[in-house]
Design a protein around this ligand. Structure first.
Ligand code: NDP
Length: 320
């Protein structure tokens, strides 16, 4: 509830009583001359459930975005062990949260607690965003949407011929969203062949994109007709930032867009090698900020300021 705080010297209870009894017009007259501070002591709440949670920078991005739009909404980063997920969900419902993000290890287990899944989340088989609407829980997956939104200004996903390294959660979300956005073909390359084949079969059977698996052989050569090459593995993530993909970078033509999901460091060795080969690059920061923008739209109906959120993330990760 919104409260008015009168911080002028209004001593008398009779004047206060008169204010309470007044019409809107006389109330406005009364308030003129006072400094009226509008305060709410009950912000709306959003947040994240994961474990470990301490290294998740999303809180910095979301709170900067809310503050820049003067929204009285908080984002609370919560450490939630797998066996306490049900309690955390009940708590969020009880406290009237707008919704929450789910990160590892909850992205699949959360589905048991939801009333409804979006088409993307159904196809991806995992949820990273939950919207609470009048007590009903709706699961979305915005990981891949964040990637596609970040890609659009650089290259249209429609008709793309993508090669994706990895077959984990990020790769699955990106493969599905690229397929839904009209990619022509997707090649999955993964260290564990069984996982890679499973993802390729799934995307191939559930979407219109032509999706296949290729074994990750040493110094892997990016297929000639590729227009997009994405690292969706965790290779290169700080503190293992000296690791990179076993790929022959000479096979990258300069017109291939090269992307990385790893946000820290933003310029991974993979992206540095691609830039040296003359390719345009897309780092993991864009995916993270765009995902946060989509989440905020789902929870609040508002579009937050991407530049402010980008700066907040850079500051949080101490990126100059
Ligand atoms: P998963 O654990 O689900 O998958 C990890 C993937 O990386 C698997 O395909 C795994 O291969 C592969 N991998 C790990 N180590 C190696 C290695 N040494 N050599 C080759 N392949 C390897 O993780 P996620 O998919 O959830 O996350 C992947 C990355 O994406 C993380 O760094 C995460 O931070 C980032 N991410 C970024 C987001 C953003 O907004 N920027 C959003 C979501 C994730 P295998 O199957 O063989 O084990």
């Amino acid at each position: 509830m919104l409260r008015y705080s009168l911080n002028a010297a209004s001593s008398c209870s009779t004047r206060w009583q008169a204010l309470l009894n007044s019409t809107a017009a006389t109330r406005d007259d009364f308030l003129r001359g006072y400094t009226v501070v509008m305060m709410s002591f009950l912000p709306k709440i959003t947040g994240s459930f994961s474990s470990p949670a301490a290294d998740n920078p999303t809180v910095a991005v979301m709170e900067a975005g809310y503050a820049a739009r003067n929204l009285d909404i908080r984002y609370i980063n919560c450490e939630v062990a797998p066996e306490r997920l049900a309690d955390a969900v009940s708590g969020a419902i009880a406290m009237g949260w707008l919704g929450f993000n789910c990160s590892l290890p909850h992205k699949e287990r959360i589905i048991d607690h939801l009333d409804e899944l979006s088409p993307s989340a159904t196809l991806i088989g995992a949820v990273n965003t939950v919207i609470i609407n009048e007590g009903r829980l709706i699961g979305e997956n915005t990981d891949g949407q964040g990637f596609v939104e970040a890609l659009r200004p650089v290259s249209d996903p429609l008709g793309a011929r993508a090669v994706i390294f990895g077959a984990g959660g990020a790769a699955r979300a990106i493969a599905v969203e690229l397929a839904l956005a009209g990619a022509h073909s997707i090649v999955i390359v993964n260290r564990s062949p069984a996982k890679g084949e499973k993802l390729a079969d799934h995307v191939n059977s559930q979407t219109d994109a032509d999706c296949s698996f290729l074994a990750w052989t040493p110094q892997f050569s990016v297929p000639d007709d590729s227009t997009l090459a994405i690292n969706a593995t965790s290779l290169g993530f700080y503190p293992d930032h000296q690791e990179t993909l076993d790929v022959d970078v000479e096979s990258l033509r300069p017109d291939v867009i090269v992307a990385d999901v790893v946000p820290n460091p933003p310029e991974t060795l993979w992206l540095q090698a691609a830039a040296a080969a003359g390719c345009a690059t897309l780092n993991g920061i864009g995916m993270l900020v765009n995902q946060a923008l989509v989440n905020a739209r789902l929870w609040t109906g508002q579009t937050l300021d991407a530049t402010v959120m980008h700066q907040a993330l850079s500051k949080a990760l101490q990126i100059s």
